[in-house]
Design a protein around this ligand. Structure first.
Ligand code: GLC
Ligand code: CA
Length: 551
């Protein structure tokens, strides 16, 4: 049966972090007219959907993930007319437009919060307010960005709850008027032409009304993160189910939930077809968990287990986003094998089942940023991580290395358009350091080089349109013969494709199964796969049989 939203399965989604994409007016900040100017570039790459991180009014405590007006554009980013024009131009190019819906929390500068602090109806219960207990915060919960999850508000004489920073108070979904506001908001943006939603930090909507103390290991500053009390709550799934039934499905919106999971199996609750919640999910796995693992084994286990968990669901396939280090630096080798490992990782991601995501600059093999001191970092998460490591007893050097390696700023540096000053991103002073490697890594140079990472992505995305197995094929894991090798087949009735990728700096024998017509290979610039050995970061996609072509 073809579901109503079958078009979702044809998407290749490109994520834009607007602040760092392209600055059209020289103020150092990327903006919506800048995105419009670069649509031809994106069309050439071949993606057919854009997801923009938040571009709404915000005091930018967490770079736009703290929204002070959901129906206004941040003036630095442009106007509502720019937004309408961007959506129109996306549609004219056959691209879908996906916005970020951040409704676990708003900004404390949102009018709702100000009025709630004054106990003005109907806003009184739009947030979680609790009386002090013995002159202290109501419980011991830690916030994601450090310190207590409660902040005292003089005006109201109560504490409010914030899972993220104190400028991101959590919205109270159990208040019917608040829930209705969010429903209205979704309709309003749909009417403006939005085709889909990436729904931010959505696993925490429902809270235990009595806010009991959390148990477990305290953070270095003495609070306990309440994840076990918040994740997987039936109340949260009920809110999502209702959103799907009333809005996502009737309005034909593609939905990507950013979910934190109580265990891997809970993924099925968010995206299983029968559940009626999201089309696909971005499971939030902090990079630190990946950091400690043997990367090829981690990628293999993750692919296998997620495929088993949601046999009737759909996957968001991504290795990068604005919350993670650059994939070629984190999973690959960004020095000796930068181009080859960038291509190998791309092949793995796009050959895996689900919808591939490309995070801006990934298609150029952009790398993580190396800065010298913590003061140079903008990300609230990095600054908190550093503080926590110091509290935990690290030396400043150790704390810095740790926080810097995992910093979200690694992926937030301006997009590298050309070898012109500031990578051609701005004619002014960029809001965040441009990675100094831009003279060698930039879009202009790669567009002119048919063997560049950019053109590799372009061909990879184009392959999806001619090889149905990339879209629909069942996944079969193949024994790669060595832990460093990830190998699998994608099979439909009509064709079988095999991918093998050596995700290491050493050569290994190639798996026997890797025989067939080569569709794409990470060493294309050098020499073809010899059939026997996989060189460092050599990844090869072959077509074993295709009855489709013979028809
Ligand atoms: C999500 C966003 C992240 C943000 C957080 C709070 O994880 O991706 O950037 O800091 O939610 O909104
Ligand atoms: Ca600008």
């Amino acid at each position: 049966m073809i579901s109503q939203k079958d078009w979702v399965r044809d998407l290749v989604i490109y994520q834009i972090y607007p602040r760092s994409f392209y600055d059209s007016n020289g103020d150092g900040v990327g903006d919506l007219p800048g995105v419009i100017e670069k649509l031809d570039y994106l069309q050439q790459l071949g993606v057919n959907a854009l997801w923009l991180s938040p571009f709404f009014a915000s005091p930018n405590d967490d770079n736009g993930y703290d929204i002070s007006d959901y129906r206004a554009i941040l003036p630095e980013f442009g106007t509502m007319a720019d937004c309408d024009e961007l959506i129109r131009q996306c549609h004219a190019r056959g691209m879908k437009f996906i916005m970020d819906l951040v409704v676990n929390h708003s900004s404390d500068e949102h009018e709702w919060f100000r009025r709630s602090a004054r106990r003005e109806d109907p806003y009184t219960d739009y947030y979680y307010w609790r009386d002090p207990v013995d002159g202290h915060a109501p419980n011991n919960w830690a916030s994601v960005f450090g310190g207590s999850a409660w902040e005292y508000c003089e005006e109201r004489g109560q504490y409010y709850f914030h899972l993220f920073s104190k400028k991101q108070p959590d919205l109270n979904w159990s208040c019917p008027a608040l829930k209705q506001e969010i429903h209205d908001l979704i309709r309003w943006w749909k009417a403006r032409g939005v085709d889909g939603l990436r729904v931010d930090a959505i696993s925490y909507l429902d809270k235990p009304a009595d806010f009991p103390d959390a148990e477990g290991e305290p953070t270095p500053d003495g609070y306990v993160f309440p994840a076990p009390l918040l994740l997987g709550r039936p109340g949260t799934h009920a809110y999502l189910h209702e959103l799907n039934e009333k809005l996502f499905t009737p309005l034909n919106l593609v939905t990507v939930g950013e979910v934190s999971l109580k265990d891997d199996a809970e993924l099925a609750d968010y995206v299983g077809t029968a559940r009626g919640e999201f089309d696909m999910a971005i499971p939030f796995l902090p990079p630190v968990a990946e950091y400690r693992a043997h990367i090829p084994s981690m990628l293999r286990d993750r692919l296998k287990s997620r495929y088993e968990i949601i046999p009737d669901g759909w996957w968001a396939q991504f290795m990068s986003n604005h919350d993670k280090p650059r994939q070629v630096s984190f999973f690959g080798n960004d020095s000796e094998y930068r181009e080859i490992s960038a291509k190998a990782l791309a092949l793995v991601n796009h050959a895996s089942p689900g919808t591939p995501f490309v995070y801006q600059g990934e298609e150029l093999g952009m790398t993580s940023l190396r800065l010298d001191s913590i003061d140079q970092y903008n990300d609230i998460g990095t600054r908190n991580e550093y503080r926590q490591r110091i509290l935990a007893g690290d030396t400043p050097e150790q704390a810095f290395r740790y926080a810097a390696d995992l910093s979200r700023d690694n992926a937030r540096t301006p997009m590298q358009w050309s070898a012109a000053p500031n990578a051609g991103f701005t004619t002014g002073t960029p809001w965040l350091t441009v990675n100094p490697n831009y003279p060698g890594i930039n879009a202009e140079a790669q567009l002119a080089d048919p063997t560049s990472v950019f053109h590799f992505y372009r061909r990879l995305i184009a392959l999806r349109k001619v090889h149905p197995a990339l879209r629909n094929g069942a996944l079969r894991m193949i024994d790669g013969g060595h832990d460093d090798i990830l190998a699998f087949a994608r099979e439909t009735d009509g064709e079988a494709l095999i991918l093998a990728a050596n995700l290491s700096d050493e050569s290994h024998p190639a798996p026997e199964a890797l025989r067939g017509e080569i569709l794409l290979q990470s060493y294309e610039r050098e020499s073809d796969f010899d059939g026997a050995t996989l060189r460092p970061w050599e990844a090869v996609l072959v077509c074993v049989e295709s009855h489709i072509k013979e028809q």
